[in-house]
Design a protein around this ligand. Structure first.
Ligand SMILES: O=C(O)CCC(=O)C(=O)O
Ligand SMILES: [Fe+2]
Length: 369
């Protein structure tokens, strides 16, 4: 499985490959179905392939419950659309490790992508993340493109009430948003502004292409695989008395270069290259380009200093509000001329009417039209 099958296009994941039917002709029906779903929709659902999965999920819930402050979440984080998470608990909790390294999952991923999969990061959530729609490729990309995915496992049923995972079917066809596309420089720039611009741009992609986000109404023990470019996030966690226990494991594939577009200005010579940790082998995977090793970067392009305490909360609230305003403006068809006519002060100030609405008008309750 480690070596890609011989083809003229070894850099395209098998599920998207022009010869995918031929490449997968000997694969079992589940693998063929997952490949087809990833190709068509950008995601695929499986029953998690471990007969002891109920016990593992129970073990994780019991081990982690005392480590989360649910009161703080309800009072401070939930109102600003934030969640709770613990990263890389595979190092401490055996059940998290076992889920991340499940052999059948590795077999399915390796077959449908055509390179050997390895898990490099886990996140455990007790409640919904309420994250806005995004593509993981902004943070975890590969060369060749597309060799990354997430496998999200529901420890309990998820629906409209408890912040189910959401995704925009078909959005895996949208381009990787490198910094040149969003007009922001990573090196020497403001990483928070860049992330805000990215969040707006993903919303533009969803609205502009007419995608309709759906939620994953999962049964306990079901898992959703998303491909690197699928726009996904967490829906509103409406009922704060409910939980949304879940684990996501992020996977890369061997023999790639691993990089972070958000931290890179490639054509100015700054590529933030990673050496992701292979949770199965316990060793880092070095990046390679066409078979030759590429050293990992020392540190990302320096993000702007992070403010402390309630300044962080204020910043999170401000970004959440602006993203919401941007979404409303898109959904209702912002009319620039009508906004200027109704708001002479905006015309006089010379600022962009849409930016004014997103930054001020929305909060001040000014009418869109
Ligand atoms: O669990 C969620 O709501 C989203 C998680 C996610 O986007 C991720 O881990 O990449
Ligand atoms: Fe994500």
């Amino acid at each position: 499985m480690a070596t890609p099958k011989e083809t003229n296009l070894p850099g395209i994941p098998t599920f998207d490959h022009p010869q995918r039917d031929d490449l997968l002709k000997d694969a079992d029906p589940e693998i063929q179905r997952v490949a087809e779903d990833l190709h068509r929709d950008g995601y695929a659902v499986i029953d998690f392939p471990d007969p002891g999965i109920d016990g593992l999920m129970e073990e994780i819930r019991t081990a982690l419950t005392p480590r989360f402050d649910f009161g703080h979440w309800r009072e401070k984080l939930w109102p600003v659309s934030d969640g709770l998470r613990l990263q890389d608990l595979w190092q401490e909790v055996e059940a998290v490790h076992r889920i991340a390294c499940n052999e059948r999952v590795l077999q399915i991923l390796s077959a449908v992508f055509g390179r050997k999969a390895f898990p490099f990061q886990t996140l455990n959530f007790p409640v919904g993340t309420q994250q806005t729609l995004h593509s993981d490729a902004a943070f975890f990309s590969s060369v060749p493109d597309g060799f990354m995915c997430g496998v999200w496992l529901a420890f309990e049923e998820t629906d409209e009430g408890n912040g189910a995972l959401q995704y925009a079917p078909g959005s895996h066809r949208t381009p990787l948003l490198t910094n040149d596309l969003i007009g922001m420089r990573a090196t020497g720039g403001d990483q928070r502004k860049l992330q805000e611009r990215l969040a707006f741009a993903w919303q533009d992609l969803v609205h502009g292409n007419g995608y309709s986000p759906e939620i994953f109404k999962a049964k306990k023990g079901q898992a959703l695989i998303w491909s690197a470019h699928l726009l996904h996030g967490g829906s509103r966690h409406a009922d704060i008395d409910r939980t949304r226990w879940s684990q996501v494991t992020h996977y890369y594939f061997e023999d790639c270069l691993y990089w972070t577009p958000s931290y890179s200005d490639v054509f100015e010579g700054h590529t933030y290259v990673r050496a992701p940790f292979n949770i199965v082998t316990g060793e880092s995977e070095e990046s390679t380009y066409l078979g030759r090793s590429v050293p990992a970067s020392e540190s990302p392009a320096k993000p702007a200093a992070r403010p402390a305490g309630n300044l962080v909360e204020k910043a999170v609230r401000r970004v959440a509000r602006r993203v919401a305003a941007h979404s409303v403006a898109l959904a209702e068809g912002f009319d620039r001329e009508a906004y200027l006519a109704a708001n002479p002060d905006v015309r006089e100030s010379g600022v962009s009417p849409k930016q004014h609405w997103i930054r001020h008008g929305y909060r001040e309750g000014r009418k869109l039209r």
